[in-house]
Ligand binder design. Sequence first.
Ligand SMILES: [Zn+2]
Length: 291
Amino acid sequence: MSMRNRLLAASHYPLRLAMRIGQPLGLTSSNALRVLLYHDIVPRDRARFAAHIRWLARSWTFVSIEQFAAMVSGETPVRGRNVFLTFDDGFASNRVVAEEILTPLGIRALFFVVSDFVSQVDRESAREFIAHRIHPGSRVAEMPAHLYNMGWSDLEALLEQGHSVGAHTQTHPRLSAIASDLERGREIVQSADTLATRLGVPIEHFAYPFGDVASFSADALAMARGRFRFVYSGLRGDNGTGVSPFALRRESVAANDPPAVVDALIEGLADFRYAKARHQLDEWARPRSSC
Ligand SMILES: [Zn+2]
């Protein structure tokens, strides 16, 4: 277990106890809307992923994309402890866990995909794309054999099962490093239009690559809010307290994290570390005054 996991797991039970005691006194809120963010699910971790879902289902309600959208938009109040499931990048393992674990349980997830990655037609070129674009700095030879992309037919199968697809740019760039409006438009707007045309569904949800505040910008958010109804970051935090639909928070977790760690993260144990970044994102997402 890593030091991060040891620290989180050690503080898990005191935290739960404090929250249970605090709730009747009105010290903590019993209402929450959290979004989990997974990436690739390694085949040997499938059982662990299923254990996460079972563990969470004991005290959290998995919400659909429609329920999530209604809560974030303020159309329905956030009552109880709600969690929404998302996956980034579009790895082939995502379809497997959707079909084997989520669909049978009636849990519907949102899959953010990179349009050029979806278009890769063989595994070797997909692995090169991962090494150069999704995990820049890594080497193709380091990529495990199971790591490649979902193609268009995989996304169609997910949609048929009631899951949803969101946009995650065309080539997975760091959007803050793009100075040209034309290039930014290709990554944010045109890639989503490509998904919508190829899949025949509206694409209203967008997650920017890498998820940290240094990888996004005011210009990129302004363009995204003109094309999408919802913009997701990788910053930890609750979405149940009037958060802008253009500054959504997510809990990044891995399938091999112990359930106690996932639980500690979703309870907000690490939220404080992201306060400054959330503030920056909220500033960018503030409604512009019309003048
Ligand atoms: Zn990504």
